[in-house]
Design a protein around this ligand. Structure first.
Ligand code: C2E
Ligand code: CA
Ligand code: CA
Length: 669
């Protein structure tokens, strides 16, 4: 609405401005013409004001009267002086008549033929008197001169009078013209004043419009700045504001206020809060965490900055006058402070946080690397177990570089066949016969040498490359197993990302078909934690895999939550008892007891058991007494390339009499 008005206002002002410019132009033109006219009139006035014609006329009249009067005087005195004077005045009158024929007066006379005739008659009369003047002393002559002169004088007086009248009329005309011009000028001035006023009004209207526009632009710029710098949910500074503050703090340097510390704070299990209590609860928790962080940081004094970079990632920027120990203490203060229950509308929520932090030292000059350092420390803290803090140290950057190298090398490794599959035998303890192999990925990196799978599998999982690698291992394991001289099964490890894919059963079926390996010779190993992350979906996928005829094994059993409900929720074919139990077998009586219980439970549930990490004959003996039948470990053999499998297998079979058909799958009574 306001917009519509201001637009109409703008067009109106635009039109009026055009009109004003046109009128002003017109006025200027009129003024120029008027000035020219005034100038011309001025000249006319000057001319008229000289009254030269009138004066000439008047003087002519006087000369005539004087000439007449001198003749009369001589007639009375008859002195030679007066005779002389009478002649002189006759001559003056003659030359006056001459001036009346030329110049401005001549022009005036010429305007009327009657006047020209009159002047000629007077001239003839006066000049005709010259012989009479010559003998003026003669009696009767002066009277004769006086009679003629009197006639001439009346003519002269008529012309002189006319000249006077004409001069006066002209002056009056000019005065009238001047008055008109003045009136016109006044009107012009009025118009100019009115237009000036209109222009002034327009300009002030425009100025007001401009001011309003500027104010509104300033308001929206301020608002935009705020929006751009604030996290809308928590009202904390956002990444932009945090980066700017960090840049500024780095430029300012230490300045005696202490070293700069950046804390990267991550809520543990925030996703679970979102998933279980809904996003509204998640949002409330984030707001509560924000307020509490502000409270804690406010308590430190100084100008610490709390910001939210997104999701459940918070950062704190502060100065620590006492250096690293103080940073550590402050991290702990935040962990403790945030751990206290958050009273939300949805009930009380308790969260743990993990914190990584980095101090700005003399070498860190750019904000990015400080933040990266804090993030690196955070991922180390997370890897080491959540709910803790970790300071950055330089080795983390080496780790990160190595990690980047590994990540960048996957494509090459796959295409060049650098990632290969090795096989570790699984052996029936009673006979020493190989009853299966576990496929284990091996990567010899061109630069880094052998990289353990525990390292690169994690990185492949994090960077989304694991599905390709997993498929590659699965395919080679199936192919290698299909070429074995005995029908032993092969176990392949699955990763959580593979299990999450709905097309996994299809891929497995395709690979089985492609390699010709019977499904019952493939065992897929998953860990408890993999199933836990999304158990409904994971169990559904496992059921579809099992439906193919493939065996499903629960790997690293005993290390995770060991929730026995998993044993009920899914019909596992095999449990793989984790190496940690075997390692403590001789030192810890509990371990033996646990293994015995697992074996008994598994037998009742008709699940076969394989013990991992068997390294010594005594471990072997203890495990056999505990009822274990199949084992895997360095005692029986390390993982070897596919080429060595056939030999190993044949040798192990040669040790037992062929009559006794081995239970290759390790299952059954
Ligand atoms: P895992 O599935 O538990 O595999 C067994 C690991 O224990 C192997 O380590 C094996 O070399 C090691 N091991 C076997 N016997 C002994 C022993 O007597 N003593 C000791 N100390 N260790 C023994 P590896 O090959 O380094 O693999 C480590 C982990 O990497 C595997 O643990 C598995 O979780 C993962 N992994 C390996 N290959 C693959 C793969 O192809 N796909 C996936 N998703 N994960 C794999
Ligand atoms: Ca395994
Ligand atoms: Ca294992």
């Amino acid at each position: 609405m306001m917009d519509g008005f201001s637009r109409i206002g703008e067009t109106l002002v635009g039109k009026m401005r055009l009109l004003a410019i046109m009128v002003l132009g017109g006025l200027v033109l009129v003024i120029i013409v008027q000035a020219e006219a005034v100038l011309t009139t001025g000249e006319a006035v000057n001319r008229s004001m000289r009254y030269d014609i009138a004066m000439n006329g008047l003087n002519g009249k006087l000369d005539a009267v004087n000439a007449l009067e001198r003749v009369s005087r001589f007639a009375a005195t008859r002195t030679p002086e007066d005779a002389q004077a009478a002649r002189l005045f006759h001559n003056i009158l003659l030359s006056r008549i001459d001036t009346w024929s030329a110049g401005a007066f001549g022009n005036f006379v010429a305007t009327s033929p009657e006047r020209v005739a009159l002047l000629e008659r007077v001239r003839a009369q006066v000049s005709g008197l010259s012989p009479l003047y010559a003998r003026i002393e003669d009696p009767g002559v002066p009277d004769e001169i006086r009679r003629t002169l009197a006639q001439a004088v009346s003519g002269l007086i008529r012309i002189g009078g006319q000249a006077m009248m004409s001069n006066l009329t002209e002056a009056a005309d000019i005065r009238e013209t001047l008055r008109e011009r003045q009136r016109f000028q006044n009107a012009l001035v009025m118009v100019l004043i009115v237009f000036g006023a209109v222009l002034l009004a327009m300009m002030s209207f425009q100025a007001r419009g401009l001011r309003l526009a500027r104010e509104s632009a300033e308001r929206s710029a301020r608002k935009f700045e705020q929006v751009a710098q604030r996290d809308p949910l928590t009202q904390l500074a956002n990444r932009l504001a945090f980066d700017a503050a960090l840049d500024k703090a780095i430029v300012e340097g230490d300045a005696g206020a202490g070293r700069l510390a950046v804390f990267a704070i991550d809520l543990d299990g925030f996703k679970a809060v979102n998933d279980m209590l809904g996003h509204a609860a998640g949002d409330s928790l984030l707001v509560s965490v924000a307020r509490r962080l502000e409270e804690i940081v406010g308590g430190w004094g100084g100008d610490g900055l709390v910001s939210r970079l997104g999701g459940d990632e918070f950062t704190v920027l502060t100065r620590v006058p006492n250096g690293a120990p103080q940073a550590k203490a402050r991290a702990q203060e935040m962990i403790d402070g945030l751990h206290a229950a958050h009273g939300l509308d949805h009930g009380n929520i308790v969260v743990n946080v993990t914190i990584g932090y980095a101090l700005v030292d003399g070498q860190t000059v750019d904000a990015d690397s400080v933040v990266q350092n804090a993030d690196l420390a955070l991922s180390h803290a997370k890897a080491a177990g959540k709910g803790r803090s970790q300071a950055y140290d330089a080795s983390m950057r080496e780790d990160a570089t190595r990690r980047q190298l590994i990540e960048a090398g996957f494509s090459c490794a796959l295409s060049r066949g650098e990632i290969v599959t090795h096989y570790q035998p699984q052996v029936e303890m009673a006979t020493g016969r190989i009853v299966g192999f576990e496929a284990l990925a091996r990567w010899r990196h061109a630069e880094l040498g052998w990289i353990p799978p525990s390292e690169f599998i994690r990185i492949a999982e994090a960077s989304g490359r694991i599905a390709e690698i997993g498929e590659h291992i699965l395919r080679s394991a199936c192919r290698d197993a299909s070429l074995l001289p005995q029908d032993v099964p092969v176990s392949v490890n699955l990763s959580v990302a593979q299990l999450a894919r709905a097309d996994l059963p299809g891929t497995v079926a395709d690979i089985l078909e492609e390699t010709g390996l019977p499904p019952e010779r493939l065992k897929l190993e998953v860990t408890e934690s993999m199933v836990m992350s999304d158990s409904t979906r994971a169990l559904a996928t496992l059921r579809r895999l099992k439906a193919l005829g493939v065996w499903i094994a629960l790997d690293d059993f005993g290390t995770g939550y060991s929730a026995l409900s998993y044993l009920r929720d899914f019909a596992w074919d095999e449990l793989k008892v984790d190496r940690s139990f075997v390692q403590t077998l001789e030192s810890d009586a509990q371990s033996l007891l646990i293994i015995r219980s697992i074996v008994e439970l598994a037998q009742r549930l008709n699940i076969s058991v394989t013990v991992e990490g068997v390294e010594t004959p005594s471990q072997c003996a203890l495990l056999r007494r505990a009822g274990c039948r199949v084992a895997q470990g360095f005692y029986y053999g390390h993982a070897v390339p596919a080429g060595e499998l056939a030999g190993q297998l044949l040798r192990s079979f040669a040790r037992v009499p062929l009559l006794e058909k081995p239970d290759l799958l390790g299952k059954g009574a």
